[in-house]
Design a protein around this ligand. Sequence first.
Ligand SMILES: C[S@@+](CC[C@H](N)C(=O)[O-])C[C@H]1O[C@@H](n2cnc3c(N)ncnc32)[C@H](O)[C@@H]1O
Length: 342
Amino acid sequence: MTRINVDNQAAKIENFYKGYTATHLIHIGDKLGIFEVLNNHKDGLTPTDLALELGLYEPYLKIWCQTALYLEILDFDEQGRFKFQPYMNEILGDKSHFRNDLGRFNLAINVTGERFKEGLEYYRTGKIIESYSSVRSEIVAEAMNRLHAFLINYFKTLPKTNPIKQMLESGIKFLDVGCGTGRFIIQLAKTFTNSRFVGVDPISHGIETAKKMIEQLHLTDRVLVENLGGENLQYNEEFDIVCMVATFHEINPTIRFKVMENIYRGLKNDGRLLIFDFSFPDNIEDFKNSKYEPGIIDQFNETCLGVVHLSTFEQNEMFTKVGFKDIQRMTIKGIDFIIGVK
Ligand SMILES: C[S@@+](CC[C@H](N)C(=O)[O-])C[C@H]1O[C@@H](n2cnc3c(N)ncnc32)[C@H](O)[C@@H]1O
């Protein structure tokens, strides 16, 4: 292991600063449509051509391109053209690609960044920021795309013998608690055409967006959404699977147990609880373990929203107390896949 000295400590901090610059450069590249144009011109463009195509001020755009070259996002050729470095077209260019990560940068600047500024005062008082708006909900939803693509691929590639896959294929009732804009159940409904889906969320903006999308896609006979928090669920032994995608950690700690009790009651006997959420450390040593990075960063980003992540131990304790058995957990890229049986 390299010994700590003042130079490598300063370099570490310098690197954080570089990440700040890169975050803004990517956000600008997204908002001004630079990435989209570069994705359509695989051989690259000169700043002059890029400026002409986008109607932008060339001297500023040239500096953006030079900096993206320094940050190893773009390459440069002898004809003076800038183009994506290998694979960057998937990660930053093509918005329909499952690897596209632009949603998270939009979230970082326009939601999390704004919240950090407002949040200073909340560190003094411990109060909770009530900061959802329709625009913010839509940005959060976009940032979830990558996780959804990952999960849908996971479901599709499960072996035919997998009980969850067999249930979804045979035709079941599936509830998504904290469904946001409903994108996950809509994609599931398109994949598993024999099953019926219900989504609930306490934020009305997301539910309104979901309703429009469900109608446009002619899925109203199999997908239904309701503006309801998990603490107010009244279902009784109705669902074969109840899931939560990146929601469990966001539920206010004072009502989390109640939500889990309601979910338990809403499940049929032998029904399954499915939770996809951030893996969070059980002990202080693990805060240095990069396998927990997504959870540690999310907890920081959402501190002033009153979010409190529970560790694996605390979660298992809660699930068991509610009544769930055979709790299994698998961690992929910092995300826990949890299954419990009623
Ligand atoms: C990060 S978002 C994830 C949304 C959605 N599951 C997805 O995958 O796009 C977390 C969601 O949890 C919802 N949520 C917060 N408190 C809740 C509660 N008490 N009951 C149900 N959902 C809740 C929020 O409204 C938000 O839509």
